[in-house]
Design a protein around this ligand. Sequence first.
Ligand SMILES: *Cc1c(COP(=O)(O)O)cnc(C)c1O
Length: 231
Amino acid sequence: MSIQDNLSRVQESIADATLRTGRADGSVRLVAVSKFHPADAVLEAIQSGQRLFGENRVQEAEEKFSGVLVHHPDVQLHMIGSLQRNKVAKILPVTSCVQSVDRRELLLEIEKRAALLGKSVDILFEIHTGEESKAGFASEKDLFEAIDLLAECGHTRCSGLMTMAPFTSDETNIRASFRKLVNLQYRCQQEYPALDFSTLSMGMSNDYRIAIEEGSTMVRIGTAIFGERPV
Ligand SMILES: *Cc1c(COP(=O)(O)O)cnc(C)c1O
Protein backbone atom coordinates (compact mmCIF):
# COMPACT_ATOMS: atom_id res chain seq x y z
CA MET A 1 0.00 0.00 0.00
CA SER A 2 1.30 3.45 -0.89
CA ILE A 3 1.18 6.43 1.45
CA GLN A 4 -1.46 7.90 -0.84
CA ASP A 5 -3.66 4.79 -0.50
CA ASN A 6 -3.18 4.71 3.25
CA LEU A 7 -4.11 8.38 3.54
CA SER A 8 -7.28 7.86 1.53
CA ARG A 9 -8.29 4.90 3.68
CA VAL A 10 -7.64 6.77 6.91
CA GLN A 11 -9.53 9.84 5.64
CA GLU A 12 -12.52 7.72 4.70
CA SER A 13 -12.51 6.02 8.02
CA ILE A 14 -12.31 9.38 9.83
CA ALA A 15 -15.22 10.66 7.73
CA ASP A 16 -17.26 7.54 8.54
CA ALA A 17 -16.69 7.84 12.27
CA THR A 18 -17.39 11.60 12.18
CA LEU A 19 -20.71 11.20 10.37
CA ARG A 20 -21.63 8.24 12.57
CA THR A 21 -21.43 10.50 15.61
CA GLY A 22 -23.65 13.08 13.98
CA ARG A 23 -20.97 15.66 13.38
CA ALA A 24 -20.22 17.59 10.20
CA ASP A 25 -17.79 16.10 7.72
CA GLY A 26 -14.42 17.79 8.20
CA SER A 27 -14.83 18.50 11.91
CA VAL A 28 -11.96 16.14 12.78
CA ARG A 29 -8.50 17.21 11.62
CA LEU A 30 -5.84 14.69 10.70
CA VAL A 31 -2.25 15.11 11.90
CA ALA A 32 0.02 12.81 9.88
CA VAL A 33 2.73 11.68 12.32
CA SER A 34 5.90 11.28 10.27
CA LYS A 35 8.39 10.53 13.06
CA PHE A 36 11.09 8.04 12.06
CA HIS A 37 10.05 8.36 8.41
CA PRO A 38 12.17 10.31 5.90
CA ALA A 39 11.38 13.64 4.25
CA ASP A 40 10.49 11.74 1.07
CA ALA A 41 7.56 10.14 2.89
CA VAL A 42 6.42 13.59 4.02
CA LEU A 43 6.67 14.87 0.44
CA GLU A 44 4.61 11.95 -0.80
CA ALA A 45 1.91 12.77 1.74
CA ILE A 46 2.02 16.44 0.68
CA GLN A 47 1.56 15.40 -2.93
CA SER A 48 -1.52 13.49 -1.80
CA GLY A 49 -2.93 16.67 -0.27
CA GLN A 50 -1.91 16.31 3.39
CA ARG A 51 -0.83 19.62 4.98
CA LEU A 52 -0.67 18.96 8.73
CA PHE A 53 2.13 16.85 10.23
CA GLY A 54 3.32 15.81 13.68
CA GLU A 55 6.80 15.01 14.97
CA ASN A 56 7.96 14.08 18.46
CA ARG A 57 11.71 14.69 18.42
CA VAL A 58 13.21 18.14 18.01
CA GLN A 59 16.38 17.31 16.10
CA GLU A 60 14.61 15.07 13.63
CA ALA A 61 11.70 17.48 13.16
CA GLU A 62 13.97 20.44 12.55
CA GLU A 63 16.16 18.59 10.04
CA LYS A 64 13.20 17.20 8.13
CA PHE A 65 10.87 20.17 8.09
CA SER A 66 13.14 23.20 7.75
CA GLY A 67 13.59 22.18 4.10
CA VAL A 68 10.01 21.02 3.54
CA LEU A 69 8.60 24.32 4.83
CA VAL A 70 10.71 26.40 2.44
CA HIS A 71 9.07 24.73 -0.53
CA HIS A 72 5.62 24.24 1.02
CA PRO A 73 4.80 27.29 3.15
CA ASP A 74 1.22 26.08 3.64
CA VAL A 75 2.41 22.96 5.49
CA GLN A 76 2.11 22.99 9.28
CA LEU A 77 4.07 20.99 11.81
CA HIS A 78 2.84 20.23 15.30
CA MET A 79 5.23 19.18 18.06
CA ILE A 80 3.63 16.20 19.81
CA GLY A 81 6.47 14.74 21.87
CA SER A 82 7.83 15.57 25.29
CA LEU A 83 9.87 18.73 24.96
CA GLN A 84 12.89 19.83 26.96
CA ARG A 85 13.11 23.49 27.78
CA ASN A 86 16.49 23.91 26.10
CA LYS A 87 15.08 22.62 22.80
CA VAL A 88 12.23 25.11 22.54
CA ALA A 89 14.29 27.72 20.68
CA LYS A 90 15.21 25.14 18.07
CA ILE A 91 11.72 23.80 17.40
CA LEU A 92 9.70 27.02 17.40
CA PRO A 93 10.80 28.29 13.98
CA VAL A 94 9.38 25.14 12.32
CA THR A 95 6.29 24.53 14.44
CA SER A 96 2.88 26.21 14.58
CA CYS A 97 1.60 24.34 17.63
CA VAL A 98 3.15 22.59 20.62
CA GLN A 99 0.64 19.90 21.64
CA SER A 100 2.73 18.59 24.52
CA VAL A 101 2.76 21.43 27.05
CA ASP A 102 2.95 19.48 30.30
CA ARG A 103 4.41 21.93 32.82
CA ARG A 104 4.51 25.64 33.63
CA GLU A 105 8.22 26.06 32.93
CA LEU A 106 7.73 24.83 29.38
CA LEU A 107 4.89 27.25 28.77
CA LEU A 108 7.01 30.17 30.00
CA GLU A 109 9.92 29.15 27.79
CA ILE A 110 7.64 28.88 24.74
CA GLU A 111 6.28 32.35 25.45
CA LYS A 112 9.77 33.79 25.88
CA ARG A 113 11.10 32.26 22.66
CA ALA A 114 7.98 33.08 20.64
CA ALA A 115 8.28 36.71 21.75
CA LEU A 116 11.92 36.78 20.63
CA LEU A 117 10.91 35.39 17.25
CA GLY A 118 7.97 37.79 17.03
CA LYS A 119 5.63 34.94 16.30
CA SER A 120 2.49 33.55 17.80
CA VAL A 121 2.37 29.86 18.76
CA ASP A 122 -0.63 27.67 19.48
CA ILE A 123 -0.43 25.27 22.37
CA LEU A 124 -2.40 22.33 23.71
CA PHE A 125 -2.10 21.22 27.30
CA GLU A 126 -1.15 17.55 27.49
CA ILE A 127 -3.16 15.67 30.08
CA HIS A 128 -2.34 12.36 31.70
CA THR A 129 -5.49 10.23 31.45
CA GLY A 130 -4.06 6.76 32.07
CA GLU A 131 -1.33 6.17 29.53
CA GLU A 132 1.73 4.19 30.68
CA SER A 133 4.45 6.82 30.25
CA LYS A 134 2.58 9.22 32.55
CA ALA A 135 3.25 12.24 30.37
CA GLY A 136 1.05 15.26 30.93
CA PHE A 137 -0.69 17.14 33.74
CA ALA A 138 -2.07 14.75 36.30
CA SER A 139 -4.07 17.14 38.48
CA GLU A 140 -6.56 19.87 37.70
CA LYS A 141 -4.81 22.11 40.19
CA ASP A 142 -1.48 21.93 38.34
CA LEU A 143 -3.23 22.42 35.03
CA PHE A 144 -5.13 25.49 36.22
CA GLU A 145 -1.93 26.99 37.65
CA ALA A 146 -0.40 26.68 34.20
CA ILE A 147 -3.46 28.08 32.44
CA ASP A 148 -3.34 31.08 34.79
CA LEU A 149 0.05 31.98 33.32
CA LEU A 150 -1.54 32.55 29.91
CA ALA A 151 -2.90 35.88 31.15
CA GLU A 152 0.65 37.19 30.80
CA CYS A 153 1.52 35.36 27.60
CA GLY A 154 0.99 37.52 24.53
CA HIS A 155 2.54 35.11 22.04
CA THR A 156 1.10 31.81 23.22
CA ARG A 157 -2.45 30.92 22.29
CA CYS A 158 -4.34 28.11 23.99
CA SER A 159 -6.44 26.03 21.64
CA GLY A 160 -7.28 22.98 23.71
CA LEU A 161 -6.15 19.70 25.26
CA MET A 162 -4.24 16.62 24.15
CA THR A 163 -3.95 13.11 25.56
CA MET A 164 -2.75 9.59 24.82
CA ALA A 165 -4.91 6.65 25.86
CA PRO A 166 -3.28 3.56 27.40
CA PHE A 167 -1.96 1.12 24.82
CA THR A 168 -4.38 -1.73 25.34
CA SER A 169 -7.04 -3.71 23.52
CA ASP A 170 -9.44 -3.03 26.37
CA GLU A 171 -11.88 -0.59 24.83
CA THR A 172 -13.40 0.34 28.18
CA ASN A 173 -10.06 1.69 29.40
CA ILE A 174 -9.49 3.59 26.19
CA ARG A 175 -12.92 5.21 26.33
CA ALA A 176 -12.47 6.11 30.00
CA SER A 177 -9.28 7.91 29.10
CA PHE A 178 -10.87 9.93 26.31
CA ARG A 179 -13.85 10.78 28.50
CA LYS A 180 -11.52 12.22 31.12
CA LEU A 181 -10.24 14.64 28.50
CA VAL A 182 -13.75 15.65 27.44
CA ASN A 183 -14.75 16.26 31.07
CA LEU A 184 -11.65 18.32 31.68
CA GLN A 185 -12.36 20.38 28.56
CA TYR A 186 -15.76 21.20 30.04
CA ARG A 187 -14.15 22.22 33.36
CA CYS A 188 -11.62 24.41 31.56
CA GLN A 189 -14.28 26.14 29.50
CA GLN A 190 -16.28 26.89 32.63
CA GLU A 191 -13.29 28.17 34.55
CA TYR A 192 -11.76 30.15 31.65
CA PRO A 193 -14.61 31.28 29.38
CA ALA A 194 -12.37 33.76 27.57
CA LEU A 195 -9.93 31.07 26.41
CA ASP A 196 -10.29 28.62 23.55
CA PHE A 197 -10.38 24.94 24.51
CA SER A 198 -12.13 23.75 21.37
CA THR A 199 -9.41 21.38 20.17
CA LEU A 200 -9.37 17.87 21.62
CA SER A 201 -6.33 16.08 20.22
CA MET A 202 -6.92 12.40 20.93
CA GLY A 203 -6.75 9.20 18.90
CA MET A 204 -3.85 7.34 17.26
CA SER A 205 -3.68 4.53 14.67
CA ASN A 206 -5.11 1.90 16.98
CA ASP A 207 -7.85 3.93 18.68
CA TYR A 208 -8.83 6.92 16.53
CA ARG A 209 -12.30 5.65 15.66
CA ILE A 210 -13.07 5.32 19.37
CA ALA A 211 -11.59 8.77 20.00
CA ILE A 212 -13.82 10.33 17.35
CA GLU A 213 -16.86 8.63 18.87
CA GLU A 214 -15.89 10.22 22.18
CA GLY A 215 -15.55 13.72 20.71
CA SER A 216 -12.04 14.07 19.31
CA THR A 217 -11.50 17.01 16.96
CA MET A 218 -7.94 16.08 15.99
CA VAL A 219 -6.40 12.64 15.49
CA ARG A 220 -2.63 11.96 15.32
CA ILE A 221 -1.92 9.05 13.03
CA GLY A 222 1.46 7.63 12.11
CA THR A 223 1.57 3.88 11.49
CA ALA A 224 -1.70 3.64 9.55
CA ILE A 225 -0.35 6.22 7.06
CA PHE A 226 3.42 5.69 6.87
CA GLY A 227 3.69 2.06 7.95
CA GLU A 228 5.54 0.50 10.87
CA ARG A 229 8.41 2.47 12.35
CA PRO A 230 11.86 0.93 12.57
CA VAL A 231 12.50 0.13 16.24
C1 LIG B 1 3.83 8.37 17.62
C2 LIG B 1 2.72 9.16 18.16
C3 LIG B 1 1.45 9.13 17.55
C4 LIG B 1 1.12 8.24 16.36
O1 LIG B 1 1.13 6.90 16.73
P1 LIG B 1 0.64 5.73 15.74
O2 LIG B 1 0.26 4.64 16.65
O3 LIG B 1 1.81 5.40 14.87
O4 LIG B 1 -0.51 6.26 14.96
C5 LIG B 1 0.46 9.94 18.09
N1 LIG B 1 0.69 10.74 19.16
C6 LIG B 1 1.88 10.79 19.77
C7 LIG B 1 2.06 11.70 20.93
C8 LIG B 1 2.94 10.01 19.30
O5 LIG B 1 4.12 10.06 19.92
